[in-house]
Design a protein around this ligand. Structure first.
Ligand code: IMP
Length: 176
C-alpha cells in the first residue's frame, strides 16, 4: 500500500489515480448530457478544487466558461473552522447556469455560503460538483448534484486536498 507522511501523520492511499481518472470521466459525461444545448459557467474553488476542476473541464465538450473563485476556511489542523471567507471577484454570474466545482464537502458550510453569495446575483441555476463528499458530516444538508466519491469521515489528502498545504500534488487519495 502506498503511504505518505506529513509531520507525525502517516496517510494510506485509499483511491488510486486510475480509479479517480475514470470517475472524473464519468462525471464529465454526466454533465455533458445534463447540459446539452446549454453553456454552463464553471466556478472552480481555490485551491483544492483546482486539481479536480482542471481534469473535469478537459472532458467537458460543451461551450462553457470557467473562472476560479476563492473560499477559504480558516482553521487549524484537521477541523473545519466555521469561518469562510468568500471572494467571487468580479465574475458576472447573472442569468448564467453555474456549476460550482469543489474538492470536498465536509460539514457543507463552505458550499452553503457559496450558494448564498452567488444566488444573490440571480444566476439562472446553480449546481454543485464535488470530488469528495463526507455524507456523515454534511450538517447543512446541502444538495449535491455531482459527487465523485462518498467517503467516511476521516482526514484526507491528495488530488488537491492538503494537510498544512502538503499533499495536494498526490495523484491518489490518502486517508489517515
Ligand atoms: P466544509 O466543512 O464543508 O465547509 O469544508 C471546509 C473545508 O475544509 C474544505 O473546503 C476543505 O478545504 C477542508 N477539509 C474538509 N475535510 C478535509 C479533509 O479530509 N482533508 C483536507 N481538507 C479538508
Amino acid at each position: 500500500m502506498k503511504t505518505y507522511k506529513i509531520d507525525e501523520y502517516e496517510f494510506n492511499e485509499i483511491i488510486d489515480a486510475a480509479t479517480i481518472n475514470s470517475r472524473v470521466l464519468e462525471m464529465a459525461d454526466q454533465i455533458n448530457k445534463d447540459y446539452a444545448g446549454k453553456k454552463p459557467l464553471f466556478l472552480i474553488t481555490l485551491t483544492g478544487g483546482m486539481f479536480f476542476g482542471v481534469e473535469l473541464l478537459k472532458h467537458i465538450n460543451l461551450d462553457c466558461k470557467c473562472f476560479v473563485i476563492s473560499a477559504k476556511s480558516y482553521g487549524k489542523n484537521m477541523v473545519s473552522s466555521g469561518n469562510v471567507d468568500i471572494n467571487i471577484y468580479d465574475i458576472n454570474v447573472k442569468d448564467e447556469d453555474i456549476i460550482i466545482v469543489e474538492d470536498i464537502v465536509d460539514t457543507g458550510l463552505t458550499v452553503t455560503k457559496l450558494i448564498k453569495n452567488i444566488s444573490a446575483q440571480n444566476p439562472a441555476s446553480i449546481r454543485i460538483a464535488t470530488f469528495i463528499n463526507k455524507p456523515d458530516c454534511n450538517n447543512y444538508k446541502v444538495n449535491l448534484d455531482y459527487v465523485g466519491f462518498n467517503l467516511d469521515d476521516s482526514f484526507l489528502v491528495g488530488y488537491g486536498l492538503d494537510y498544512k498545504e502538503y499533499g495536494r500534488n498526490l495523484n491518489g487519495i490518502y486517508s489517515l
